[in-house]
Design a protein. Structure first.
Length: 214
C-alpha cells in the first residue's frame, strides 16, 4: 500500500492540464482529470485574479437527466487526500461513503445539506444544451458552458484537484451510493487564472498553473 501511495503521489504531482477533455465511462468508477495551481486572489480587483474552472459534461450514453448520475468533484488538498485514497475500496458503495464522508459536512447540497458553505460538487452529466442542475446562479456561468467554479484564496496560492466519480447521493436518504447504471460522458473543461469573461488576459498567467507562471 505504501508503494502504491508513492506511485499515486508521483502521478498527481505532474498531472497539470489546463484543458482536460475526452470521454469517461462510469464502469471505470474514478477518473482523475487534473491538478492546477490557482494564484492568490488579490485585492481590490478580486474578480480579475480569481481562478476559474468551467466547461461542459454531457452524456454520450445513459441517462440524459443525470439521475442518479455521477459527480464532478473540485477539491483542494485538505479534502482531496482522503477522497482519493478511499477510491480504492473494492466495495463501491463503501468507497463512495468513505470518499464523501468528510465532504458531507461542508459541501453544499440543495437537497441534503443546504447549510454547506463549500461549492465542491456538480451532478453530471448535465442536460444537453442546458446548465448543470447544481448551477443556481446562471449569471456566474461562463457563456457557452454548463458549469463554472470560482476559486478564491486571499492568503496564498493553492492547488486544486479535479475528478469524475461514479457516486451519487440518494435523494431520499442522502446516503452516498455507487452509480451502477452505465453512463458515458464527454467532458471539455478549462482551468484558468483570471476572469475568462475578459478579452484581455495576461498570457503568462491565464492558462498557467501558479507554479508555472513566469
Amino acid at each position: 500500500m505504501a508503494r502504491q501511495s508513492q506511485i499515486d503521489a508521483q502521478q498527481l504531482k505532474f498531472n497539470i492540464r489546463t484543458n482536460p477533455s475526452g470521454t469517461w465511462h462510469s464502469d471505470s468508477f474514478f477518473l482523475f482529470l487534473s491538478k492546477f495551481g490557482f494564484q492568490r486572489t488579490s485585492s481590490p480587483n478580486r474578480r480579475d485574479s480569481e481562478g476559474h474552472i468551467f466547461g461542459n459534461v454531457t452524456t454520450v450514453s445513459g441517462s440524459e437527466s443525470g439521475e442518479p448520475g455521477a459527480l464532478l468533484a473540485v477539491l483542494d488538498r485538505t479534502f482531496f487526500l482522503d477522497f482519493y485514497t478511499n477510491r480504492s475500496w473494492p466495495a463501491r458503495d463503501a468507497a463512495c461513503r468513505r470518499m464523501f464522508a468528510g465532504l458531507s459536512r461542508v459541501a453544499y447540497d440543495a437537497r441534503c445539506f443546504d447549510d454547506g458553505e463549500e461549492d465542491f460538487l456538480r451532478r453530471v452529466p448535465c442536460p444537453r444544451g442546458a446548465l448543470c442542475p447544481d448551477e443556481d446562479a446562471p449569471e456566474n456561468v461562463v457563456t457557452g458552458h454548463q458549469f463554472t467554479y470560482s476559486i478564491q484564496d486571499v492568503h496564498q496560492p493553492r492547488f486544486w484537484y479535479i475528478s469524475l466519480v461514479a457516486c451519487h447521493r440518494d435523494p431520499v436518504t442522502c446516503e452516498w451510493r455507487h452509480t451502477r447504471q452505465p453512463i458515458s460522458v464527454q467532458y471539455d473543461i478549462w482551468l484558468v487564472n483570471g476572469d475568462p469573461r475578459k478579452r484581455a488576459q495576461n498570457p503568462l498567467e491565464y492558462q498557467f498553473s501558479f507554479d508555472e507562471q513566469v
